[in-house]
Design a protein around this ligand. Structure first.
Ligand SMILES: [Zn+2]
Ligand SMILES: [Zn+2]
Length: 358
């Protein structure tokens, strides 16, 4: 993804949240599709840019990786396994959010999608998975099972028994909407809402699907394969759009997956670098040496330079956490182990050093 969100909003990289908001409001007014001369495509672009840059965390990711979701961009990547799921905000345009923004502008609640009845949306779900340190660094595919309301496989969500005809809905007479009188402090008024029997379809099946009893959804265990992107941090959350509970004739909610990374026994992660300590002998510090150390890529020989000091950090380039622009480094802090006791001859050698002023 190479979209330049700053350019889209016409601001520079150092823009404050206030600058962003101003720029967004101006452009959103200009391109709003309900307005004469509006431009829906541009409007969506502007909205997408603002959704990312107005969120500090997404903005930081975007500045670092060129994507709001972190190193690999799509969150869940592409791939056929994901069916209708799309990673993050990129694919699914959030009308709910935009309507909030516009009620702020226009002082009313009119939707961007006109007067249509909003589709019901299933509940969001959340779960947690544990991954190893190595998996967090290199990325991993994981299968997770979630027990949730899902679309009925037997009737594909229609609620009809296979082969049955549809008949007119008796509740709404086929209109899909019902009108009811409501009372308010200004008197009574007619209000129109979606028919609860046919969910706005206007027709209901002659015979109900026996599997889901006509509801089109039922509780079951659903398995997902998720791609955890390389470089993910402990406690970061992935969103699987549509992975939440399905709802009859509506849109499924989202599934939030919290990533718990098991700490490594040797390394710690600091940004994109891996840090560790190495203990070396005093003689090796004075004369230089080679030590074998374990990295995420296997064992490598680390050269200890002659005269290294306690606390010095040796950098091994490219052995850290992968990012979009290559990998971070491995930083090895030298710890010189002082001998507890010197032999007679060793003492003699040190006294020689002392004579030399060392
Ligand atoms: Zn069914
Ligand atoms: Zn109806």
């Amino acid at each position: 993804m190479t979209k330049d969100y700053y350019k889209t909003l016409g601001v520079d990289k150092s823009a404050s949240q206030e600058d962003l908001k101003k720029a967004f409001r101006k452009l959103a007014h200009q391109y709003h599709p309900d307005k004469k001369g509006g431009d829906e495509a541009k409007f969506k672009e502007v909205n997408e840019a603002y959704q990312v840059l107005s969120d500090e965390k997404k903005r930081a990711n975007y500045d670092r990786f060129g994507s709001a979701d972190g190193p690999t961009g799509g969150g869940f990547g592409g791939g056929q396994n994901y069916g209708g799921f799309q990673g993050g905000f990129q694919g699914d345009f959030d009308f709910g959010n935009i309507n909030d923004i516009f009620s702020e502008f226009f002082g009313d609640n009119r939707g961007f999608n006109g007067g249509g009845e909003a589709k019901p949306r299933g509940r969001d779900l959340s779960t947690e998975i544990k991954i190893t340190f190595e998996e967090s660094v290199f990325g991993v595919k994981k299968r997770i099972a979630v027990n949730k309301m899902a679309t009925c496989n037997t009737c594909q969500g229609s609620g009809a028994k296979a082969g049955t005809a549809l008949k007119q809905c008796p509740t709404c007479g086929g209109r899909g909407k019902i009108q009811e009188m409501r009372n308010s402090m200004f008197g009574s008024f007619a209000s129109v809402r979606q028919c609860p029997t046919c969910h706005g379809v206007g027709k209901i099946p002659e015979e109900k699907c026996t599997h889901c009893k006509g509801s089109g959804v039922h509780k079951k265990e659903v398995e997902f394969e998720i791609s955890v992107p390389a470089g993910i941090n402990n406690d970061e959350t992935l969103r699987l759009s549509g992975g939440g509970e399905a709802v009859a004739h509506g849109i499924a909610g989202d599934l939030y997956i919290k990533i718990s990374v098991t700490p490594h026994s040797t390394f710690k992660r600091v940004g994109n670098d891996l840090v560790m300590d190495i203990q070396i002998k005093l003689s090796d510090a004075l004369l230089g040496a080679e030590y074998n150390i374990k990295t995420l890529d296997g064992t490598i020989a680390l050269k200890i330079p002659e005269g290294v000091t306690h606390g010095e950090i040796l950098r091994i380039r490219g052995k850290g956490v992968p990012t979009r622009n290559g990998r971070g480094d491995m930083l090895v802090t030298v710890k010189i182990v002082m001998p507890k006791k010197l032999s007679k001859s060793a003492k003699h050698v040190v006294e020689e050093l002392k004579k030399e002023g060392l």
